[in-house]
Design a protein around this ligand. Structure first.
Ligand code: NAD
Ligand code: DAU
Length: 379
């Protein structure tokens, strides 16, 4: 209630500035967009971009605030008049119908998901529930609310390159590469991609899908490689490298991914898929050595000190050897390309984590310690 009052007051203040009431203010908005998972890593960058770039869009950020969701990520924009946060779970079917009944959404950008491969190995059902059933709930709610009149509507499903499986030493993932998911996480994402396409085919729901490579940047939860290793280097803890460390990933700065999502949402063709990647492949061990080097420099340590923390441990079960995206289609058709080099992006990321110690302290207290113990002890 308090929140609602503050929210109303805030918006009314803005409305007064414009010289009319809050209801007129929202009516003048061009679009109402639902972004799911907006309190997470990528979602928070997408929400920020849309809220700031499109002041005439009303952005509704729906997130259930799992361990990975964090409203601190959006402190700088939370008072913007065109932003509303809704705490809800996409696995709650009725809540999704209610939400679509309340807001007349023009479009959905769906990012909410369980996203960490290691957790999917320990607890696959959470991934099936959120990623598969949650996506189905959103599709059903959209279809019902839009009453099969899809004029100017769009459902954008944000997915991953992991649905294509693992590459050998050569080749790239194309939009036409057959699906071959290998982990419970990627299988659940593949299932959700298939559902979205099936709703497009069966009910003519207008959709777009993008499949992106590994993201890095500010606000990433320290269970993923780069922030986890940053945190361990900072605290002089061992750096747990899975297997031989020669697994390869294609890395993209998260803000560049958010810009790609903007392009796909606004200019992508209905029914199409766009691969998004950084043209930036690294073997894990080479990336880790670069991170150690940069951290030595930034922390004023003796060169080589952080690399001394590298510790090879038991491999991740079913570990995909190599991912590499061919992002030619989005580049040629939508004019998108990454804007920062990996050197720049990694430096900015390290600087952000160094400056935001409090953010890291908050997310690494409590349950994180239990997760870390279970994942890395006896490996
Ligand atoms: P994340 O784990 O940081 O954030 C996920 C967000 O979804 C969190 O805020 C969480 O609270 C929310 N969420 C989870 N379950 C929910 C539920 N049942 N109901 C409502 N909200 C829920 O993930 P991320 O890395 O930001 O990834 C976002 C999306 O992008 C995911 O769909 C992921 O598959 C995809 N993706 C991620 C990467 C990457 O490198 N991180 C790359 C390609 C695609
Ligand atoms: O490719 C896109 C995907 O990238 C996204 O869909 C996922 O949501 C995202 O988590 C990411 O998946 P990865 O499994 O590639 O990311 P992760 O950061 O977990 O691992 C990157 C590589 O580093 C991988 O080869 C495993 C390795 N690794 C990871 C951790 C956490 C280690 O060697 N040690 C570790 O402790």
């Amino acid at each position: 209630m308090l929140f609602l009052a503050a929210f109303y007051r805030n918006n009314n203040c803005i409305a007064l500035l414009y010289g009319f009431d809050i209801f007129t203010y929202f009516r003048t908005m061009q679009k109402t967009l639902l972004i799911t998972g907006g309190a997470g890593f990528i979602g928070s960058h997408v929400v920020r971009l849309f809220v700031l770039q499109y002041p005439d869009y009303h952005i509704i950020n729906l997130d259930s605030l799992t361990y990975a969701g964090n409203l601190e990520n959006l402190k700088d924009i939370e008072d913007r008049p065109n932003y509303t946060f809704v705490k809800a779970d996409i696995t709650d079917e009725q809540a999704m119908y209610d939400l679509f009944g309340k807001y007349n959404f023009d479009g959905v950008i769906h990012l909410a998901a369980e996203s960490h491969v290691d957790r999917s190995i320990t607890d696959p059902n959470a991934f099936i529930e959120t990623n598969v059933m949650g996506t189905a709930n959103l599709l059903n709610a959209a279809r019902t609310a839009w009453k099969n009149d899809f004029t100017n509507k769009r459902f954008y499903h944000v997915s991953t390159d992991e649905v294509y499986g693992s590459l050998g030493a050569e080749g790239f993932f194309l939009e036409t590469t057959p699906y071959d998911p290998q982990s419970p996480y990627s299988a659940s994402k593949a299932a959700s991609d298939h559902l979205v396409r099936a709703y497009g085919n069966t009910y003519h729901l207008p959709f777009v899908i993008s499949n992106c490579s590994n993201n890095y940047g500010p606000n990433q939860f320290p269970e993923k490689l780069i922030p986890l290793f940053f945190n361990n280097i900072k605290n002089n803890k061992p750096l747990p490298v899975y297997g031989d460390g020669k697994y390869t990933r294609d890395w993209l700065y998260v803000v560049d991914h958010a810009h790609a999502i903007d392009k796909v949402y606004h200019n992508g063709k209905n029914g199409e898929t766009y691969n998004i990647g950084g043209f930036n492949e690294w073997q894990n061990i080479e990336l880790i050595k670069l991170l150690c080097e940069k951290m030595d420099h930034k922390l004023g340590r003796t060169p080589g000190a952080s690399a001394g923390l590298i510790s090879y441990i038991k491999d991740r079960p079913g570990h995909d050897r190599r991912y590499a995206i061919d992002a030619t289609k989005i580049n040629k058709e939508l004019g998108w390309a990454p804007s920062v080099t990996f050197e720049e992006g990694l430096s900015q990321t390290i600087d952000w984590y160094l400056k935001n110690e409090e953010w890291l302290d908050h997310v690494t207290s409590g349950n994180y310690q239990n997760y870390y113990q279970e994942q890395y002890t006896n490996n």
